[in-house]
Design a protein around this ligand. Structure first.
Ligand code: UDP
Ligand code: MG
Length: 313
C-alpha cells in the first residue's frame, strides 16, 4: 500500500483563540507522520469555518498562505458542527480523513495510532474517550443516559465516541449516499459497515474559548441521535394501547362484578368501561398510524439499501 494522503478536517466556530496553536500543533504532527512514512507529503489540514464572524476565517486564510499544509473552506453561514464536518469530508480530496475539534480536546497524538490502524486494513477508526475525568458530573451522567437510551432503543452506538475518527476514502464515498438533513454522524457511521476499530484516549479540557455546545443545542443533538435511528417510541404507543386493552378487559370483569353486587351508583359501569376501552383503542389506532409513519420516515431518509465493500470485477 502506498503512503496515503491524509486530510485532517477541523470544524471551526468562533475559534480565533485556539486556532493559531491548533494549526501549529497539527502541522508538527503532520510532519512527524510524514517523516515516519505514515502519511504522504501531500497531506494537509482542512479547516472549515462554520460561519464565524470573528477572526477565524482571516486566520485560516493567513495560515493557508504561509503553509502548504493548511487549506480552508468558508461556509456561507453557520450550519452546525455536523454539517461543517461533512463540508470538509466532501470537499477535500484524500485517501484517508481524520476529523477532530478545533479546541484539540481530543488527543491529537492518537491520529498516528489511527493511521497505523488504517495501514492494518481498518476503514474506520473510532476515537473513544476512556476517561471523562475532565467533564462535569452533569455532562458525564447525561452522556451515560444518552448512550444507554440509544442502545436500549436498538440504535448502533459506539459509547463515548464523539466525532474524532478516521475514515477511509471508500467509507466517505459510502457516507455520501446518506442524504438525511438532520445529520447525526456518529449514528450513521456504524451503519456503513467496513472493518472498524477503536483507539482510546483521555479527553482534555478546552485550551481556550468556550464550548459552542450549550445545553439546548446538546438536547436537540441528542434528540436527532435517537429519533433519526429508532422507531421504538412509535412502537411504544402501540404497546401502551395493547396493555390498556388488557387492563380494560380486567376492568370489565371488576366493574360488572361490582354492578352485580350492587356496589355502584347507576351509570357508573357504562361510563367507566367506555372510558377504558375508548382510551386504549385510541392508543392502538395511534400506534398503527405510528407504524406507517415510521415506514414513511424511513423512506424519506433514502438511506442506501446496501453498500458494496469490494468486488472482483
Ligand atoms: N462547531 C462548529 N459549528 C457549531 C458549533 C461548533 O463547527 O455550530 C465546532 C467547534 O468549533 C469545535 C467543535 O465543533 O471545533 C466542537 O465544539 P465544542 O468544542 O464547542 O463542543 P464541546 O467540546 O464543548 O462539546
Ligand atoms: Mg470542545
Amino acid at each position: 500500500m502506498t503512503t496515503p494522503i491524509l486530510s485532517i478536517i477541523v470544524p471551526c466556530y468562533y475559534e480565533e483563540e485556539v486556532l493559531p496553536s491548533t494549526i501549529q500543533i497539527l502541522i508538527s504532527l503532520l510532519n512527524e507522520a510524514i517523516i515516519a512514512n505514515e502519511a504522504s507529503p501531500e497531506s494537509y489540514i482542512c479547516l472549515v469555518n462554520d460561519g464565524s464572524q470573528d477572526r477565524t476565517w482571516p486566520l485560516i486564510e493567513q495560515h493557508s498562505r504561509k503553509s502548504k499544509y493548511v487549506r480552508g473552506i468558508n461556509l456561507s453561514r453557520n450550519f452546525g458542527h455536523q454539517r461543517a464536518l461533512l463540508a470538509g469530508l466532501f470537499n477535500s480530496e484524500a485517501d484517508v480523513y481524520v476529523s477532530i475539534d478545533a479546541d484539540l480536546q481530543d488527543d491529537e497524538s492518537k491520529i498516528r495510532d489511527m493511521l497505523r490502524a488504517y495501514a492494518d486494513g481498518y476503514d474506520i477508526v473510532y476515537g473513544v474517550r476512556s476517561d471523562r475525568g475532565c467533564d462535569t458530573f452533569f455532562k458525564r451522567s447525561s452522556a451515560a443516559l444518552f448512550y444507554g437510551m440509544r442502545s436500549k432503543l436498538g440504535c448502533q452506538t459506539i459509547p463515548n465516541h464523539a466525532d474524532f475518527r478516521l475514515m477511509s476514502k471508500r467509507s466517505v464515498e459510502a457516507l455520501k449516499q446518506f442524504k438525511e438533513v438532520n445529520l447525526f454522524l456518529r449514528g450513521v457511521i456504524p451503519l456503513l459497515g467496513f472493518p472498524s476499530c477503536s483507539v482510546f484516549y483521555a479527553r482534555k479540557t478546552r485550551m481556550a474559548g468556550e464550548s459552542k455546545y450549550p445545553l439546548f443545542k446538546m438536547i436537540k443533538f441528542a434528540w436527532d441521535g435517537i429519533i433519526n435511528f429508532s422507531e421504538a417510541p412509535l412502537h411504544i404507543i402501540l404497546w401502551i394501547g395493547f396493555i390498556g386493552l388488557l387492563g380494560s378487559i380486567a376492568a370489565t370483569i371488576y366493574s360488572i362484578t361490582q354492578w352485580y353486587l350492587g356496589n355502584i351508583i347507576p351509570g357508573w359501569t357504562s361510563i367507566f368501561l367506555l372510558t377504558c376501552f375508548f382510551g386504549s383503542f385510541n392508543f392502538v389506532f395511534m400506534g398503527v398510524i405510528g407504524l406507517y409513519l415510521g415506514r414513511i420516515f424511513k423512506e424519506t431518509k433514502q438511506r442506501p439499501p446496501f453498500i458494496v465493500q469490494q468486488s472482483t470485477h
